[in-house]
Design a protein around this ligand. Structure first.
Ligand code: HGA
Length: 608
C-alpha cells in the first residue's frame, strides 16, 4: 500500500526521504515521488515504477532542502501514471502526499472546480491539497487550514503537507490509515511505518485516530480530533535486527521462510510450560477464557486461512462453535452475536483497513471481549483491542506472508488449547499437546530440508498456467493458503478444493496439463484422500503429493512425491505449510517474477 515519509532537519533531507521510500518498497507500490521545500519554492520529482527510477531523476536534477515529503503510491483512484503519482501540488505553493481513500472526492472536486481550481490528476487525493490551499487563501495558517480541510473529508487518510512560505514546519495527520512520528535530535520525521525511519531514529510517537501533528525541527505537537493539544508517549523501537537486511538470501521471502523455526520458538516462549498453556500470555486478565462459549474469527487473506485452521482446532478441542469470516464481508452485514462470544482478529500488520473496521463494528456489538493476534505491537489493531497475543515473528518484508502465517497458527493453537482447557480438555491431553508444540520448531526445521528437492520439482511448473490444490479437513485451509501463495508470486492460476468436492465439479478441469498438488495428512482421512488421488490419476492429472513416508505414497507410479516430516496430527497443518511456501517461492524464481513485490499487490492493506 501507499507509503508516506516526511522530514524536517538542519541537513538536506532528500537522501533521507529516498532511503525511507526504499524501506517502504516492501509494502507494494506502482509509482513514487518526493517534494522538497527550499528557497526556490516547493518542487518535486515523480516516477512510475521503482524508487530507483526516482533516484535516477534526483541524480539527473538534484533537489536539496531541509523540509520534504515523499510517497510510494499503490493506485486506487486513477492509473499508475506520473501525473497521478504523489506528491500532488496546488500551484507552486503547497505539496501533499496521501494514503487512503477520500470517499466524497467527487462532490469536493466539483466545489473546487467552481472556485477555479484546475485538476492535474485523476486521484481522489488532489482534492485535499486544493482544499487546504483554499483554506489558506481565506487567511488561515497552515495548521488551521489543514484541520479545517480534514473536517470536510469522508473516508480514510494519512497525509503530510508542506507549504512554500513555511520552511519551519510541515503538518501531518491520520484517520483510518497508519502514521508514526519519528523523533530525532534537531530533526523530526513522519512515516507510514517505523521501518522507513530506522536509519535516522529509533524513537517513535504513535498517532491516534484523528490526530493532526505539527512537526518542526525541535518539536512535535499533537492535536486530537477536537483540536486539543495532547501529550503522546515516545516509544523506543526494540527490534534488535534491522529487518530491512536480506542477509545471505536472494529474497526477503526466502529469508523469512528460513526464519520460521526461530520465530515459532519466539512465539512459544513464555506461553507454555512443560505441561500447560500459560494463560498469562493474554495479559493480566485471562478470566475471560472461562466464559467463552463461541468464537468469531475475522481476518483477510492469509490471516483468514489461519483462522479457518483454528476453527477445526477450537471445535475439536474445546467443542464450542467457531465462525470464521473475511473482514470485508463481516463489516457490511448484520451479525448475530451469541452470548459470550469472543471476537478474535488476525492481522500481520495490525493496520489492515477491513479488519480494523470489523473490530470497530464489533465493539458496538455484544461481544464478550476482543482479542487481536498480531505481529506489530504498536499497531492500531493492538491498541484498539481489549487483549492481544503477539506473534513475535519480527518484521515481515516479503509481500507474500510466510512466517507471519505460521506464527499466527502457533498463537491460535495456544489460544485454542487455553479455551479448550476451560471447556473440559483433560490435563493429560493438554500436556500431550504442549509437548508436541515444544517440538514444532524442530519439525519446521526438518521440513525446510526438502528445499533442494522442491527446487527441482518447481521446474515442472515453468510452463503451467493453472493448478489445483487439494486437502481434506484441517488441511483444506492449508491447500487454500498454498494456492494463494502460488498465485500471489508466480501468477499461476491456482484453486484449492476440499478433496471430497473434486467430483462435484473441478474434476472436469483435470487432464495431463493440470498439476494437482495434494496435501496428505496422516490421520483418519488418509484412505479417503488416497481414493481422491486415484480419481485424479485415472484422468491423467499430474499429481504432486506432499506426505510423510509412512503413507506409502512415495512409490506410487505417476506421482511426484515430496516428503513432509511425520509429526503429531495437531501440528500437521503448520508443518505442511513449509513445503508449499518453498514450492511457490521456487516456481516464482523459475518464472522470473518479482518475488518480494508481486505485481498489483501490497503488504499492509491499509485501504478498503
Ligand atoms: N487514493 C490515493 C492513495 C491510494 C492509497 O493509499 N493506496 O494505498 C491514490 O489513488 O493515489
Amino acid at each position: 500500500m501507499c507509503g508516506i515519509v516526511g522530514a524536517i532537519a538542519r541537513r538536506n533531507v532528500s537522501k533521507i526521504l529516498l532511503e525511507g521510500l526504499s524501506r517502504l518498497e516492501y509494502r507494494g507500490y506502482d509509482s513514487a515521488g518526493v517534494a522538497i521545500n527550499n528557497d526556490e519554492g516547493v518542487f518535486g520529482h515523480r516516477a512510475v515504477g521503482k524508487v530507483q527510477g526516482l533516484r535516477d531523476k534526483f541524480d539527473a536534477a538534484p533537489l536539496d532542502g531541509t523540509v520534504g515529503i515523499a510517497h510510494t503510491r499503490w493506485a486506487t483512484h486513477g492509473k499508475p501514471t506520473e501525473l497521478n503519482a504523489h506528491p500532488h501540488f496546488s500551484g507552486n505553493d503547497l505539496a501533499l502526499v496521501h494514503n487512503g481513500i477520500i470517499e466524497n472526492h467527487e462532490e469536493l472536486r466539483a466545489g473546487l472546480k467552481n472556485q477555479g481550481y484546475v485538476f492535474q490528476s485523476e486521484t481522489d487525493t488532489e482534492v485535499i491539497v486544493h482544499l487546504i490551499h483554499s483554506a489558506l487563501q481565506s487567511g488561515l495558517g497552515l495548521l488551521q487550514a489543514v484541520q479545517t480541510s480534514l473536517n470536510k473529508l469522508e473516508g480514510a487518510f494519512a497525509i503530510a503537507v508542506t507549504q512554500k512560505d513555511d520552511k519551519e514546519r510541515f503538518i501531518a495527520a491520520r484517520k483510518g490509515s497508519p502514521l508514526v512520528v519519528g523523533v530525532g535530535i534537531e530533526e523530526n520525521f513522519v512515516a507510514s511505518d517505523q521501518l522507513a525511519l530506522l536509519h535516522v531514529t529509533d524513537q517513535f510517537i504513535f498517532l491516534e485516530e484523528g490526530d493532526v501533528v505539527e512537526v518542526t525541527r525541535d518539536a512535535v505537537t499533537v492535536y486530537d480530533l477536537n483540536g486539543q493539544e495532547q501529550e503522546r508517549p515516545v516509544s523506543v523501537f526494540n527490534h534488535h535486527v534491522d529487518a530491512t537486511d536480506k542477509g545471505e538470501f536472494r529474497h526477503y521471502m526466502m529469508k523469512e521462510i528460513y526464519e520460521q523455526p526461530s520465530v515459532i520458538s519466539a512465539c512459544l516462549e513464555g506461553r507454555i510450560s512443560d505441561k500447560k498453556v500459560l494463560t498469562s500470555c493474554f495479559g493480566a486478565d485471562s478470566a475471560f477464557l472461562k466464559d467463552v462459549e463461541n468464537v468469531h474469527i475475522i481476518a483477510c487473506g492469509t490471516s483468514y486461512h489461519a483462522g479457518l485452521v483454528a476453527k477445526y482446532w477450537i471445535e475439536d478441542l474445546a467443542g464450542i462453535p467457531c465462525l470464521v469470516e473475511v473482514a470485508s464481508e463481516y463489516r457490511y452485514r448484520k451479525v448475530a452475536v451469541p452470548k459470550n462470544t469472543l471476537f478474535l482478529t488476525l492481522s500481520q500488520s495490525g493496520e489492515t483497513a477491513d479488519t480494523l473496521a470489523a473490530l470497530r463494528m464489533a465493539k458496538e456489538l455484544n461481544y464478550l471481549t476482543t482479542l487481536a493476534i498480531c505481529n506489530v505491537p504498536s499497531s492500531t489493531l493492538v491498541r484498539e483491542s481489549d487483549l492481544t497475543l503477539l506473534t513475535n515473528a519480527g518484521a515481515e518484508i516479503g509481500v507474500a506472508s510466510t512466517k507471519a502465517f505460521t506464527t499466527q497458527l502457533t498463537a491460535l493453537l495456544i489460544t485454542s488449547i487455553a479455551i479448550a482447557v476451560e471447556n473440559g480438555l483433560p490435563a493429560d491431553k493438554e500436556e500431550a499437546l504442549v509437548q508436541a508444540m515444544k517440538e514444532l520448531p524442530a519439525h519446521v526445521y526438518a521440513a525446510l530440508k526438502q528445499d533442494a528437492h522442491i527446487k527441482e520439482v518447481s521446474d515442472k511448473f515453468a510452463n503451467k498456467h493453472h493448478s489445483l490444490f487439494l486437502g481434506r479437513g484441517v488441511m483444506f485451509p492449508i491447500a487454500l493458503e498454498g494456492a494463494l501463495k502460488l498465485k500471489e508470486i508466480s501468477y499461476i492460476h491456482a484453486e484449492a478444493y476440499p478433496a471430497g468436492e473434486l467430483k462435484h465439479g473441478p474434476l472436469a478441469l483435470v487432464d495431463e496439463h493440470m498439476p494437482i498438488i495434494t496435501l496428505v495428512p496422516h490421520n483418519d482421512l488418509l484412505d479417503k484422500l488416497k481414493s481422491n488421488i486415484q480419481e485424479v490419476s485415472a484422468r491423467g492429472g499430474e499429481l504432486f503429493v506432499f506426505a510423510d513416508r509412512d503413507t506409502n505414497l512415495d512409490n506410487e507410479e505417476g506421482i511426484t512425491f515430496t516428503e513432509v516430516p511425520k509429526v503429531p496430527q495437531i501440528l500437521e497443518p503448520i508443518v505442511h505449510t513449509i513445503p508449499l511456501q518453498l514450492l511457490s517461492y521456487h516456481v516464482a524464481v523459475v518464472k522470473g517474477t518479482d518475488v518480494d513485490q508481486p505485481r498489483n499487490l501490497a503488504k499492509s492493506v491499509t485501504v478498503e
